[in-house]
Design a protein around this ligand. Structure first.
Ligand code: HEM
Length: 401
């Protein structure tokens, strides 16, 4: 029988993330959308794919994005909700991040309409439900059937036209008719360009694109909703501190990091041991063991975080521990979108202008600047289709109280 081990200490989880003999095991049930995706590949196959996709996520890319257009994307998405005087944070979060994630993935939206974004939102939610099937409370076969149907529809409506446009551009590039700079900088273009080296098939391409769409959007929308919820509670108990944070981007980003620590979108990581492993703490993991890395518990490890259950964005943390704990994972599978979602905290002795806020902080900032607060007449609802701690709805209203 397979032995199951749980690691819930901060240091053990960090050490385990760095072990090359621990293979991804969280998405076995979610194969309908996750099979052969970057997040489940191991060893050399993972290295080769990650190297190709990583080029899009080079340091500085998102600093440039934030300075050139991210604020506008956030403001434009918020505008109709401000005008209506109300919003649901999940819908607002998804709408904002959907277009960005589609851009990163390489999924074109030729009509540029809200309906198109809503279609992608519908697909991303379904793909996400398929990916984390392991935590679903629904009938798994039913979920698989719905995800397969969504993949087919997504392929026809979005993916194939996006592939065609890029293939044409790549042919023109090969013929010397367009320059490297004319090629879109997105995952899909990279995959089509290095097709043979990556040993891809049409099905893998479809799943990888679908995976990006959901990995980027679901976790960001979830982080945004929790960040707002935590901030609202804090504003109730510590109004002066919260008001100071609302006006200071460095502090507001710390608020988001504290939320990510307390409510990581992925509360656990699962791995399988391909060989016997001894962690630095002396913990022995036998070959074949199934390892549950409890990120949510490790992020509340009292050996690392003082008063670990308290939301305290002003807390001190050890220099070698990110304020978000393990929310973005670690080791070879560490989140490729960390900088886009979480930004880059300013260095203690660095230029504050070097700070990249990240989309979650930009979204929280725009929400608070618009006077967003919980709807006094409608309470948030919790998503009962998963055992994860996700909201399914979070009504807010705007304007002066
Ligand atoms: C607040 C937002 C986000 C959170 C909390 C988050 C969290 C994570 C975590 C925990 C992992 C590692 C899972 C594991 O090791 O089993 C991961 C991997 C990944 N994330 Fe994110 N993520 C976020 C945003 C994004 C965005 C915006 C993108 C892309 C646009 C993205 C793309 C990915 C990809 C491609 C991987 C797989 C990396 C690999 O296997 O090499 N994520 N993310």
């Amino acid at each position: 029988m397979t032995e199951t081990m749980t690691l819930d200490g901060f240091a053990d989880v960090r050490d385990a993330f760095r072990q090359h003999d621990l293979e991804q095991a969280l998405y076995d049930a979610g194969g309908v959308v996750m099979a052969d995706c970057l997040l489940v590949l191991h060893g050399q196959r993972h290295r080769v794919r990650r190297r190709v996709e990583n080029r899009l996520f080079r340091r500085g890319t998102f600093r440039y994005w934030e300075r050139s257009f991210l604020r506008d994307v956030v403001a434009d998405t918020l505008k109709p909700f401000l005008a209506a005087g109300r919003a649901d944070l999940l819908e607002l979060g998804y709408r904002t991040i959907m277009n960005l994630t589609a851009m990163v993935a390489g999924v074109d939206q030729p009509r540029g309409t809200v309906e198109e974004t809503d279609d992608l939102y519908r697909f991303a939610k379904k793909f996400s439900e398929g990916a984390i099937l392991v935590h679903s409370t629904r009938d798994p076969d039913q979920v698989r059937a719905e995800v397969s149907a969504a993949l087919e529809e997504f392929d026809e409506l979005f993916l194939q036209p996006s592939v065609q446009r890029r293939r044409t551009l790549l042919d023109q590039f090969a013929a010397g008719e367009v320059e490297e700079d004319d090629l879109p900088r997105d995952v899909l273009t990279a995959l089509l360009r290095y097709w043979d080296e990556l040993e891809l098939t049409g099905d893998v391409l479809r799943r990888e694109t679908a995976f990006y769409l959901q990995a980027g959007s679901h976790s960001t929308a979830d982080a945004f909703t929790h960040a707002a919820d935590d901030f609202f509670s804090w504003a109730g108990s510590s109004p002066r501190q919260a008001e100071a944070a609302r006006r200071d981007p460095v502090l507001l980003q710390r608020c988001v990091y504290e939320t990510l620590r307390l409510h990581p979108a992925s509360p656990v990581a699962h791995r399988r041991a391909l060989a016997p492993i001894t962690l630095r703490s002396g913990v022995e993991i036998p070959e074949g063991a199934f390892v549950v890395m409890d990120l949510a518990a490790a992020n509340r490890d009292p050996a690392v975080f003082d008063r670990p259950d308290t939301y305290d964005p002003l807390r001190e943390t050890p220099a070698d521990v990110p304020r978000w704990g393990h929310a973005f994972g670690g080791g070879t599978h560490a989140c490729i979108g960390t900088e886009l979602a979480g930004g880059v905290a300013p260095q203690a002795d660095g230029d504050p202008h070097d700070q990249v806020l990240g989309t979650v902080t930009l979204m929280l900032q725009a929400l608070l600047d618009g006077g967003g607060r919980p709807d006094p007449n409608r309470s948030p609802t919790v998503d009962s289709s998963t055992r994860r701690e996700h909201f399914s709805g979070y009504p807010v209203v705007f304007g002066a109280a």
